[in-house]
Design a protein around this ligand. Structure first.
Ligand SMILES: [Zn+2]
Ligand SMILES: [Zn+2]
Length: 472
């Protein structure tokens, strides 16, 4: 036999060969593109799924619903399930989110321990993992590095990002060194599975079992179904809060404020505010808005359990609000016709102006600007005769109180009829002169660079009517 004649491989050689093989495989694995970089096909779709998460957030709740069908709901168990829902939800909102992810306040260790435990009972990952992703979400909102970007779809931001595998290399980097130094965070991360099993299922079942002998009800309602509701509520912060509502502080990104989201998420629904002022311990700043998480933190402060509650000065908050309002106004202003800008109008000699009128064009001169009112005569609210009396003349004084002090709306309307400026026209010249002398004074323009025309500041508005001063 040929093989028998070959020298047997020494043990050292065999070990070396095995090592080389393992190394080659490891290199091959490292170079293989991540599954998320491959398009989903009929053949590989199941490899895109995160089976553990599907089990935790989809299969178990379905089994829980099925079990609930066969499990009578005890009155006390219902009360306990709701109570425990609020506690575990608070573990996420006041603990994971506002304390650890954003350090919007400081907590004494008993409060931290409580939050780490009930937060674990919500079954949403460890504080460390959750906060890292959340900091990436704030830093890279709406981009590819945002782990739950709403730009990938509402369903993706709600649950898809957990059901589908994610490429860990693609999630934005964030600093969590402070969390690595927090003993309770480190402890919770290390013993996370124990914390989840105990706080998620054992403890809620034991309370109902030991106190009113409803072990099964405690397990199904205060355990499994309560976990499901807390999870779905928290997921709404990533989906609903980036999709539904108003943007009173900034509309550059997707976060929004809405009372419905707030009701569902223990007050995390004022998300536009939150993304602008993330280290503020509040999400709702008005007293009438629903933010039980804020109320809890405030109460803990009164009890000496929480301290250093961070708040942005209302001056800063209002600055953001005013700027956003301004943006909206500018956008609205840009859709309106404010008349041809003065600098774009042709210059007309006064004689030319008169000649045009003689030819039958209904031109009137107000504050140095020529207006063509031919088509407007029949619509003039003050009657045809009145408007005709101003044709071919400088009607500045007549328009500004000499005959009738025209309304703000009239000045606005008039701007649509401007066709030229007259050389040497009084107001226009004054305006040009002052613009020249006052080089530094920038005319008020909006964010689109369009000059802002405020009420009472129209070009045709002359405060002191140009009428002859009465003899003194
Ligand atoms: Zn967000
Ligand atoms: Zn946040």
């Amino acid at each position: 036999m040929g093989a028998a004649t070959e020298a047997p491989m020494s043990a050292a050689d065999a070990a070396k060969a095995a090592y080389e093989l393992r190394k080659a495989k490891a290199i091959e694995r490292a170079n293989r593109p991540h599954i998320t970089d491959q398009p989903i096909t009929m053949k590989n779709w199941w490899r895109h799924l995160n089976l553990l998460n599907i089990y935790l957030i989809v299969i178990i709740p379905i089994l829980g619903l099925w079990a609930a069908w066969y499990t009578p709901l005890h009155k006390y168990t219902l009360i306990w399930a709701v109570l425990y829902y609020f506690n575990t939800g608070m573990g996420i909102t006041a603990g994971y989110h506002r304390l650890w992810a954003h350090t919007s306040y400081s907590a004494t260790w008993p409060l931290k321990l409580y939050l780490a435990l009930v937060g674990g009972g919500a079954v949403e990952g460890s504080i460390r993992w959750w906060s890292r992703d959340h900091r990436a979400h704030h830093r890279y909102t709406d981009t590819d590095k945002d782990p739950y970007s709403v730009r990938k779809g509402l369903l993706y931001s709600h649950i898809g990002w957990m059901v589908m595998k994610q490429n860990p290399k693609r999630i934005g980097r964030t600093d969590i060194s402070d969390l690595n130094e927090d003993a309770i965070v480190v402890w919770q991360h290390k013993y996370y599975l124990w914390v989840v099993a105990f706080m998620g299922l054992v403890f809620p079942s034991a309370v109902a079992g030991l106190l009113w002998n409803d072990w099964k009800g405690g397990f199904v309602y205060a355990g499994i179904l309560r976990i499901f509701f807390v999870q779905q509520a928290t997921f709404c912060v990533n989906s609903l809060a980036h999709w539904l509502g108003e943007q009173p502080f900034d509309d550059r990104n997707s976060p929004r404020d809405h009372v419905i989201t707030a009701l569902v998420t223990l007050g995390e629904g004022y998300h536009n505010f939150h993304h602008e002022f993330p280290s503020d311990y509040r999400n709702a700043i008005e007293w009438h808005q629903y933010d039980p998480t804020k109320w809890c933190i405030w109460t803990w402060k009164q009890l000496g359990l929480a301290y250093d509650l961070k708040e942005f000065r209302s001056n800063e908050i209002e600055k953001g609000r005013v700027q956003q309002l301004q943006k909206k106004i500018d956008r609205k202003r840009a859709t309106l016709d404010w008349g041809v800008p003065l600098e774009n109008l042709p210059v007309m000699e006064f004689e030319e102006f008169q000649a045009e009128c003689e030819k039958g064009r209904a031109l009137t001169l107000i504050a140095g600007v020529v207006h063509d009112v031919t088509d407007f005569i029949k619509d003039h609210p003050g009657g045809k005769a009145m408007i005709k009396s101003g044709i071919g003349k400088d009607a500045t004084a007549i328009f500004n109180g000499g005959v009738y002090l025209h309304s703000n709306a009239a000045h606005n309307l008039l701007s649509n009829f401007r066709v030229a400026v007259v050389r040497g026209g009084c107001e226009v010249e004054i305006w040009k002169q002052s613009a020249k002398e006052n080089k530094d004074a920038v005319p008020a323009v909006d964010s689109n660079g369009v000059r802002i025309v405020r009420a009472g500041e129209q070009l045709t508005k002359v405060v002191e009517p140009l009428v002859a001063a009465p003899a003194s």
